[in-house]
Each structure stands twice: as C-alpha cells, then as structure tokens.
Write a protein that binds this ligand. Structure first.
Ligand SMILES: [Zn+2]
Length: 497
C-alpha cells in the first residue's frame, strides 16, 4: 500500500569485476554457516578460466528438479556452467570450495513491494474495525491507510527533505532485500524517486569484502528492481500529477534500456479500485500491452474496498468521498471490470486478491498466461483478512506468487519468511509449491529465467544459501523440513561474511 495516494506532491554499467590476473589461493574461510575444506591453486603456467569456481555443497536444490546431496555447482563469470552429483573431469582442476551444513537454492523473487517505506521500524497498527463497520472481524484498512498518510504528512510538516528521506528508505530496502537473498523486487514507486538510488544502493553491497568467491558468483547486478510507477486519479489534479510523472520517468528511463539494477521497461501500477478509475487503467493499458509491459494493481484486497466499489458503502465512503471528483466517481470500476481491463496487459499482477470470488477465479483461468496473483502472507495476517483463496487459485493453476508488501504492514522484507508463513498456513500445497511461487514461477512469468529465480545451466548464479543443521541429520525426506526450520536465507556470495 502506498503512503501518499491521496496527498499532493511532496516536492519532493553492469558491474564488471576484474578477476583474470588474480590467483586463487588456499584459504581458511571459517564462517558461521560454511567452511572451505579445499581450494586449488592454479600453477602459474596453466591458463586459468576467468572467474571460475566449483562449489561443492551438502545440498543443491534447483526446485524444478530433485535435490542433489553432496552436489557440485560450477560457475564461471557469474553464470552456472554445470551442476550435478558428479564433477566432470574438465572442472576438476578449477578452484574449488566446499560448503557444509546448508543448501543452495535459486534466488528469491518478491513480486510486490513498496521499498520507499523501508524506514518504518515496525508495522503500523491495523486497528480493529468497530462493530458497526466490520464485515469480517478483520482490522480496518481505512484506519491503517489513515495512519500511513498521517505519517507522510508529519514528515512533510517538519520541512524535511522528502526526496532524501525516500532515497535513504529505498537504499535501506534494497539492501535489506538483497541481504535476505532476494534477487528481484517488483516495486511500486511514487514521486519523488530516482533510478540512480537503486544503482547506488547495490554499489556498496560488497564494499571492502570483494573476493574471488564473490567475483566468480556475481557478475552484474546482485539484485534487480522492476519499478511500477503508481497512478492515482481520485481527482483531476492528482490524475495529471501521477500520470505526467509516470510519462516523465518512462521517457527518461525506458530509453536507456538499463542493464543495471533498474529493470526496464518500467511497469505501471494503477493503485487500487478506490483510487484508480477505469479510465486511468485504460490509459495505463495503452502503455503496457506491448511485449515486456507490466501492470500491477491492488485488487480485491479488503472488505472495505469491495463495499465501496460495489455498493458505495462502508468505512471507505466517509474517508474517500471528500477527495474524489465527479469524473472519478463516474469511472469507479468493480473487481470484475478491473480484471477484464488488466487482462489486456502483456503481464498483470493482482496484488493480494484476498477476496477474489469463485467466478473471478474461474474467469482468471483463461488468462493465466498473463495474469498472476501476488499473495503477501504476513501482511495478510497483519490485517487478519479472511482465508486467502490460495488453494482455489492453485487448483485452477493460476500463477500465484509471493510478496512482502511494505514495512508499513510487515516487520521486514524477507521473502524467505513469507515462504515459511505460506507453508505454515497452506501446508496442503507443500513447501515445493511455495518455493516455486517465489523463484521459478515469477521468473518464467517475467521472462527472466536466465537472470533470476532459477538454478539452471546458463542462468546467472545469483543464488540463495540457507544454513541448516548438521548435514548428518538431514535426509532427502527431511530436507524441506530442515529448510523450514532454518532461521534465515542469505545471498550465496555472502556465505563467508
Ligand atoms: Zn501494496
């Protein structure tokens, strides 16, 4: 959820590491999660592959294929050259490290986030609905939104530099995401914002910790951010403001076709049915129906939203009516209408979808090549929503991904924790299903299989390391349980940090 969807404006090279001349040296890395048992020194006379490495691990779990115990992962200049249970002869003279007591997984994908709120220390309280307002016994989205907006207003009133505050929050969010093994974030952005913040955030990840290990694993950005510019048109002025800002960013950034952290083309994010009219969504569609286009929209998120857009009733009525003008009021769309519009996009994300009905899920079956639902388990719990329709979506084979939403409703930005929560709440779908929901499935949906979310030969080696208990007690059968019991996930390249 955004912070200022009603407020006025607040005025607010790929990394190429030099490696070839370095020699791999025998080291004694001792960290909390892994040890190097063996490494190989290249004879000076022997030609050495550039930034190459063999990682021997207790477990390698590609998710789309069975786990490999005592496997080998071969990487070269940031790409996976080979993985398997045996090490082919041609790699046996390559530098080698052995990692113990853990598992290597694909990089994680966060399909819905608002990095700009990453400076919020703990989730804003979602106050209970009062008896005469409540429809489900859950918390009040309207009151929570009021708190989010009040927080922003307080910052503006203090005269602080909002752009600087947002920049620092975004930098913090990118770092937090990466440090918990996230490799792609779909991020709603609002003005003021800059793509330079993303590059700046990632440039300091390794600081003085560069090593041959890191250089071999990571060539290029260690995390990718796909910005979706938020659009709101509760009234004409706000509509023009957000639309013009989106156009300005698109013309500036999409031209560059950046190969850095910031992924292009930029997506668009009509905020929600109570803040973005059908007219606005139609306009956004014209910009995102082409290959690579992406729309992301909060939809069917709360009972209050449904009461407002279906019946013009409920707590949202008093809250939002003072803001909206006649033009907007005439173009408020239902969930059905917005689903139909979103289906015209090349790819569309339905953020939350907590209250999608059976007929809407049935309808989505025809568009599962281009529409996906992003479930945010801990944010869902924060608001004590009715049970998410994850089982029905899974049964209909509709793409279902995981997201964190923002720190305004979530204690951190760990996709790994979202995965654990989804496994706890929907054990019938299984840990493998949920891990695919934050790795392989969104990677395929976005066409990024060679970049993030996969553990395949030829794909980038931006991977996850999950420290487990002693390997002797972990078996094929108990591997997922061991991962579920793990305390954290980290980027593989940070295993020695
Ligand atoms: Zn959100």
């Amino acid at each position: 959820m955004p912070i200022d969807f009603l407020a006025a404006s607040c005025n607010g090279t790929p990394m190429r590491f030099r490696f070839p001349t370095m020699r791999w040296q025998t080291r004694c890395f001792v960290g909390p999660t892994a040890r190097v048992l063996k490494s190989t020194i290249y004879p000076r006379s022997e030609p050495k592959p550039v930034a190459s490495l063999v990682v021997e691990s207790d477990w390698i779990l590609p998710v789309e294929s069975p786990a490999i115990r005592g496997g080998f992962l071969v990487v070269q200049s940031g790409r996976i050259e080979y993985f398997g249970s045996e090490l082919p002869v041609r790699y046996r003279s390559w530098p080698r490290v052995r990692l113990e007591d853990g598992v290597i997984l694909p990089g994680l994908i966060n399909s819905h986030c608002h990095l700009e709120f990453s400076d919020i220390e703990s989730p804003l309280l979602a106050v209970e609905s009062s008896d005469n307002e409540s429809t489900t016994g859950g918390a009040s989205m309207v009151r929570w939104l009021g708190k989010v907006m009040a927080r922003r207003k307080a910052l503006v009133d203090t005269g602080q530099d909002i752009a600087q505050i947002k920049k620092e929050a975004t930098l913090r969010g990118v770092r937090e995401a990466w440090s918990s093994a996230t490799r792609l974030v779909v991020d709603n952005v609002t003005a003021p914002w800059s793509e330079d913040w993303l590059e700046q955030a990632s440039s300091g990840f390794f600081a003085d910790r560069r090593s041959e290990f890191i250089d071999a694993l990571v060539c290029g950005p260690p995390i990718l951010i796909r910005p979706c510019v938020e659009l709101v048109d509760v009234n004409e002025a706000r509509g023009k403001q957000t639309w013009n800002y989106a156009l300005e960013l698109m013309s500036r950034i999409d031209e560059r076709r950046s190969q850095g952290v910031c992924q292009t083309p930029l997506g668009l994010a009509p905020h929600a049915p109570y803040t973005a009219s059908k007219r606005l969504v139609r306009g956004a569609l014209e910009r995102t129906s082409h290959p690579g286009g992406l729309l992301s929209m909060h939809l069917a998120e709360s009972p209050e939203e449904l009461q407002w857009i279906e019946d013009r009733e409920g707590p949202m009525k008093d809250w939002i009516e003072p803001w909206i003008d006649t033009e907007h009021a005439m173009e408020i769309g239902t969930v059905d209408e917005h689903l139909r519009l979103l289906s015209g996009s090349h790819r569309a994300l339905i953020a939350h979808g907590n209250y999608l009905s059976d007929h809407q899920i049935k309808w989505l079956e025809s568009y599962r090549d281009r529409m996906a639902v992003v479930y945010c388990p801990r944010t869902h719990e924060h608001f004590r929503h009715a049970r998410h329709p994850a089982n029905r979506l899974a049964a209909s084979k509709i793409p279902l991904f995981l997201g964190t939403d923002s720190r305004a409703s979530n204690p951190d930005l760990s996709v790994f924790e979202e995965w654990k929560t989804a496994c706890r709440l929907f054990p019938e779908l299984g840990p493998e299903y949920w891990m695919a929901a934050c790795t392989l499935r969104p990677s395929e949906f976005f066409g990024l299989e060679s970049s993030v979310g996969t553990l395949r030969v030829g794909s980038r080696s931006v991977l996850t390391w999950v420290p487990l208990g002693p390997a002797s007690v972990v078996t094929q059968e108990s591997l997922w349980d061991a991962i579920l019991s793990a305390e954290r996930a980290i980027p593989l390249e940070m295993v020695y940090s």
